[in-house]
Design a protein around this ligand. Structure first.
Ligand code: BAL
Ligand code: ZN
Length: 851
């Protein structure tokens, strides 16, 4: 396969006025009959050929304006059907085709496939071409009419239902859409229903469709949907635009969820929740993902992307909007900290390694490989920065202009930036570099204080990334304030815009050397190279008015403590431990904020911290050191933690709201830090008393850490029939295993009767339990973890290339490690690359990782 380049974009030769699809569903031989009215695009190429994408389709017959085509009329390859202009009747014509596909055999879960006896689709990014011949590109938008014939009781597609009878249903979606938003579902499903009246007075029927027996687990998702609809009306003045909004939960799904017009399809783990089976974190994800997919209706569906290079246009913006929603629903500072933690864990890691790419990539081989943290999370950070730079009101005006100007269009990042330029008269050409340069900028800080004058010099650089050796300065908004040495804020937050390589700020008239609080709220996705003294950070931890930077100061002390312990066994400073104790006990702070402050950096964060300090990380030593620090904190803070454990009992009636989940998080953090001190006695009591999955899992994790011999079996026996809970069982056992036993346990569990490796959730749980959950086990010096991952990637790739390719990112940090580990990983990468019949998905990823 060859790379596709943004620079080669050409408009389509033909546009579509309307599409009629008719499905006769059959597991092994579904017939898809299409009737498509094409019209020449004045902006298309001169050749005038009709080029349709199509893969794994058996063409039964094709007609143009009613005349059957013979094999001489078109060129058919594995990927395309081309009708030369000379064989077309003119500028406008009707294409009809009948094709046969086998959903039962579709294990890649792209196109039309089957999951537990139900039919469902995944069309984004390029799955529609596995359903029928079509210009499967987002800049071809059309209204769809769909007829489904099947004996199954529930038959769904996009838009509004227009008719229904025994064995069939018809749907019409009046809103022009690209093929990637097409969806079809058919199965024995049950609805959970509600209604919503939009701000325009439109009555909308809401349904969540699930397998029989799952109806009582949809309440939270429905509530989140209605809150999302209200919030979007209030904040963005956008209302829903069809008579019906359907959500379907599917067990076998490559992604988290999909925003198909009017028919969102969800991985069941992001819909189904009850207190007994789902954790607070699961509820949080459900709320966020329901909102995200719903918000796509405007940012993605009504206004879509011209081509897949513009993916961040819909994803970055929609992630930003779902972040805003959660900030409004829950604690904004806590949400911000959690988002930054994710950004650093996933996106900074990506940006620092061989898979680094622009938020708007320049080229790809397989677009599925670009649904990344960079496109999504860094893409959202760019919107956040834009809003900070232009101000809340101008942001709002720009968004309204975007909706008005581009409704029904397929757009680019240039269109997006133009609305901001038009509203603010600001030149955003330098800001645009955020979209076209990969890598995380570093901002180096120098301070000088003399005679009451404080000079702050900020220097920006971006390290080289693959194919981009040199970078230009970007526009970096740095929110900062100053505190006095007594911890009083003397200068409230202001924004410094870095546009040059180096910027100096001078502040006069100060009585004492100030303590700067920089990058408040994480105002830009950069790495701050700044080494404030221990005392300054302790002061920020205790007194900063910016909650993010308060947390950040504690985090940086923890990271430094860990690195010092790693380097030469230096014991944690009592002042650090005392500071942590004060913060944990500070009742003026939210419980969830305190829980976050007590959480240590992950082993992967520490590894990256070691790299940043010029060291080669040793995953085994990192694991042991982190464990030691955790135990030291537990011992030192025991009275405080014991008091918190008692005080943070959220009460008898479970609710997943921010208040209660914060209390549980702090209580479970206290439990986790002290569980080893009584040989797991409290953890076992906690486990046994738990009436919700959050507490049960907290106890489970502690007991696994302590090595309780029975707990895995007890948990298994209680939950063996619950597929979502059993995903947790697979994951946590491996994540909490002693590193030297983790690979063997993972191997053993692949032989468990419930390890259905064709189910992406189950596969991910088991494999990422090792690769993400247990880095010291994965990086075992024997190389067994690398061989385990490589074996399973090769195996899964034959069935489900998309998921195999995603999971290969576990290797992306390989150049961080010592020569022996690098050699072991290189050998596995070579083995994978040399496998016959590797998919374009996995081969592209492995080639990029090896480069
Ligand atoms: N469009 C793919 C799933 C999502 O980002 O919502
Ligand atoms: Zn999305």
């Amino acid at each position: 396969p060859t790379a596709i380049h943004l620079a080669d974009y050409r408009p389509p030769n033909y546009l579509i006025d309307e599409v009629h699809l008719s499905f006769r569903l059959d597991p092994g031989a579904t017939r898809v009959i299409s009737r498509i009215r094409f019209r020449a695009n004045p902006e298309g190429l001169d050749d005038g050929n009709l080029i349709l994408d199509g893969e794994k389709l058996r063409l039964v017959e094709a007609r143009i304006d009613g005349s059957p085509l013979t094999a001489l009329d078109y060129l058919l390859t594995d990927t395309h059907l081309t009708v030369p202009a000379a064989r077309l009747p003119g500028d406008s014509f009707v294409w009809e085709a009948e094709v046969e596909i086998a959903p039962r055999d579709n294990t890649a879960l792209e196109g039309l496939y089957m999951s537990n006896g139900m039919y469902c689709t995944q069309s984004e990014a390029e799955g529609f071409r596995k359903i029928t011949f079509y210009p499967d590109r987002p800049d071809v938008m059309a209204p769809f009419t769909v007829r489904i014939e099947s004996e199954l009781p529930v038959l769904l597609s996009n838009g509004n239902q227009t008719s229904q009878g025994p064995g069939f249903a018809e749907w019409h979606d009046p809103w022009p859409k690209p093929a990637y938003l097409f969806a079809l579902v058919a199965g024995d499903l049950r609805p959970v229903s509600d209604r919503f009246t939009t701000m325009d007075g439109k009555e909308v029927a809401l349904n969540i469709w699930v397998r029989p027996g799952d109806e009582d687990r949809c309440g939270y998702a429905m509530d989140a949907l209605k809150r999302s609809m209200t919030w979007e009306e209030n904040v963005y003045r956008r209302a829903y635009d069809l008579d019906i909004f359907n959500i379907v939960a599917v067990d076998d799904f490559n992604m988290g969820a999909m925003e198909n017009k009017g028919l969102n399809i969800f991985n069941s783990k992001y819909v189904l929740a009850s207190p007994e089976t789902a954790t607070d974190r699961d509820f949080d994800f459900i709320e966020r993902i329901i909102a995200h997919e719903y918000f796509h209706n405007w940012t993605g569906n009504r206004i879509t992307c011209r081509d897949w290079f513009q993916l961040c246009l819909k994803e970055g913006l929609t992630v930003f909007r779902d972040q805003q929603f959660t900030e409004d629903m829950r604690s904004a500072p806590v949400k911000r900290i959690e988002d930054v933690l994710q950004l650093r864990t996933r996106q900074f890691r990506e940006d620092a390694g061989p898979l680094a790419h622009n938020v708007r990539p320049d080229s790809y081989i397989e677009i599925n490989n670009f649904y990344t943290a960079t496109v999504y999370e860094k893409g959202a950070e760019l919107i956040r920065m834009l809003r900070l730079l232009v101000g809340v009101e101008a942001y709002d005006q720009a968004l309204q202009l975007y909706f008005d100007r581009h409704d029904g269009q397929a757009c680019t990042i240039e269109d997006w930036l133009a609305v901001f330029e038009d509203v603010t008269a600001r030149d955003l050409s330098q800001f645009k570099r955020w979209y076209t340069q990969a890598g995380t900028p570093h901002v180096t800080v120098r301070e000088h204080f003399e005679d009451g004058t404080y000079r702050l010099t900020l220097r920006q650089t971006v390290p080289p990334t693959p194919d981009q050796p040199l970078k230009e300065p970007a526009v970096i908004p740095v929110a900062f304030g100053l505190l006095s040495p007594a911890g009083i804020e003397t200068h409230p937050t202001r924004i410094i815009e870095l546009v040059d390589p180096e910027t100096t700020i001078v502040i006069d008239g100060l009585a004492e050397r100030p303590v700067p609080s920089l990058l408040r709220g994480f105002s830009a996705p950069v790495i701050l190279d700044h080494a404030p003294s221990f005392e300054d950070r302790a002061l920020l931890l205790a007194h900063d008015t910016d909650p993010f930077n308060r947390w950040e100061a504690g985090r940086s002390l923890a990271r430094e403590t860990l690195l010092a312990m790693l380097a030469d066994g230096t014991a944690p400073a009592p002042a650090f431990l005392d500071g942590l104790a004060r913060l944990a006990a500070d009742e003026t702070l939210d419980a969830d904020f305190r829980a976050l402050a007590l959480a240590l950096p992950s082993e992967d964060d520490i590894a990256q911290g070691a790299v940043d300090a010029g060291l080669v990380p040793d995953p085994t030593a990192i694991h042991a050191t982190r464990k030691t620090l955790k135990e030291t904190i537990g011992r030192h803070l025991k009275p405080t933690l014991d008091a918190l454990y008692e005080a943070m009992d959220p009460g008898p009636v479970y609710s997943p709201d921010a208040g209660q989940s914060g209390k549980r998080a702090l209580r479970n953090a206290a439990l986790g830090l002290t569980a080893h001190l009584d040989a797991g006695e409290r953890a076992l009591a906690h486990y046994e008393a738990a009436d919700n999955m959050t507490d049960q899992l907290a106890g489970f994790g502690c007991l696994l850490d302590i090595g309780d011999p029975d707990i895995a079996t007890r948990f298994h026996d209680q939950w063996r029939d619950d597929r979502l809970v059993m995903d947790k069982w697979f994951l946590l056992q491996i994540a909490h295993a002693a590193p030297e036993k983790a690979v063997a346990l993972a191997e053993t569990l692949t032989g468990h009767p419930l390890f259905d490796w064709k189910n992406p959730n189950r596969f991910r749980s088991l494999v990422s339990g090792l690769t993400v959950g247990n880095p010291a086990g994965f990086h075992d010096p024997s190389g067994a973890g690398y061989a385990f991952l490589a074996d399973w990637l090769i195996r899964l790739d034959r069935l489900n290339p998309q998921t195999a390719a995603r999971m290969s990112t576990a290797f992306e940090t390989w150049k961080r490690y010592d020569a022996d580990r690098q050699a072991l990983i290189a050998a596995e990468l070579t083995r994978i690359a040399g496998t016959d019949g590797l998919s374009p998905d996995l081969s592209e990823m492995i080639a990029r990782i090896r480069a």
